[in-house]
Design a protein around this ligand. Structure first.
Ligand code: B12
Length: 219
């Protein structure tokens, strides 16, 4: 029932835009009951909703507080849909450990949380350092958790340099050959990743999972 599916997804998108966490929770459960692909719901409802509201904010038609409420609502939906992605993936085996965070100076966490959730749903252990993570904290986390991969997110062009700085600090600490490093976030590109010596870049959550699998030769 394509029409019903699309209706549900657009209601979920609207509820995200409205920052209505209760409604997002209810609709996310309905999406699962209706048998809709949970990944599609993340992309077409949650992410689309945030980006739509973001456009309104840029045009002066919404407030920062609206975006914060929408981000909170999105996380409620993401946690429910993530469980369904895990279920659909069958028995999860441990595929590797990833440390992820948004770099220092940047508090955007929606994209990073989506990447973290999809990786978890795909059988990776994820240690999420949160937002505004100083380079030194990434270094400590490599020592503390011995991850296979370190992922850095940034949404601000001004904090892109922190990705570079963090890689430099990891090198200086003598830890560079112990981990693969991947980066992402709207202003970043594959070229930027190469330039700063990262091992990989991905434009979205689904390709981030593919990238990690490729880097770790995980099936
Ligand atoms: C939501 C939002 C906010 C929310 C954040 C809420 C939250 N909890 O995260 C709030 C309102 C708090 C906010 C604040 C600010 N924001 Co803001 N924000 C946005 C907005 C609208 C959407 C970002 C988003 O969530 N996108 C949706 C996610 C799903 O996409 P994504 O993050 O790109 O992630 C995907 C990929 O990039 C990739 N990915 C992401 N991370 C990683 C990591 C790895 C390792 C990999 C492999 C892949 C990967 O996979 C993700 C999933 O598919 C954007 C506009 C836009 N269109 O991007 C502006 C935007 C990013 N913000 C902007 C600005 C300027 C700010 C503020 C400085 C505003 C201010 N004056 O206070 C502050 C930042 C303060 C700070 N120090 O960080 C600018 C940045 C401009 C620039 N190029 O530098 C933008 C582009 C808006 C604009 N056009 O002006 N913001």
């Amino acid at each position: 029932m394509v029409l019903v599916d699309d209706d549900l997804l657009s209601e979920l998108r609207e509820a995200t835009i409205n920052g209505d966490s209760d409604r997002v929770e209810e609709l996310s459960r309905k999406v699962i009951e209706a048998g809709i692909d949970p990944l599609e719901a993340v992309e077409k409802a949650l992410v689309k909703g945030i980006l739509e509201l973001g456009d309104r904010w840029i045009n002066g038609e919404a407030f920062i507080s609206d975006l914060i409420a929408a981000a909170d609502a999105m996380k409620v939906g993401l946690s429910i849909l993530k469980n369904e992605i895990v279920k659909r993936g069958g028995a999860i085996k441990f595929r590797g450990r990833i440390v992820i965070g948004t770099v220092e100076g940047d508090i955007h966490d929606i994209g990073k949380s989506i990447v973290a959730s999809l990786l978890e749903a795909s059988g990776f252990e994820v240690i999420d350092l949160g937002v505004d993570v100083p380079p030194q904290r990434f270094v400590e986390a490599i020592r503390e958790y011995t991850p296979d991969i370190v992922g850095m997110s940034t949404l601000l062009s001004t904090t892109m340099l922190k990705q570079k700085e963090t890689i430099e600090m990891i090198k200086q600490a003598g830890l560079r050959d112990r981990v693969k490093i991947i980066i992402g976030g709207a202003p970043t590109t594959e070229e930027w990743a190469r330039e700063i010596g990262a091992d990989g870049w991905a434009p979205d959550g689904i390709s981030a999972v593919e990238l990690v699998k490729r880097l770790l030769n995980a099936k």
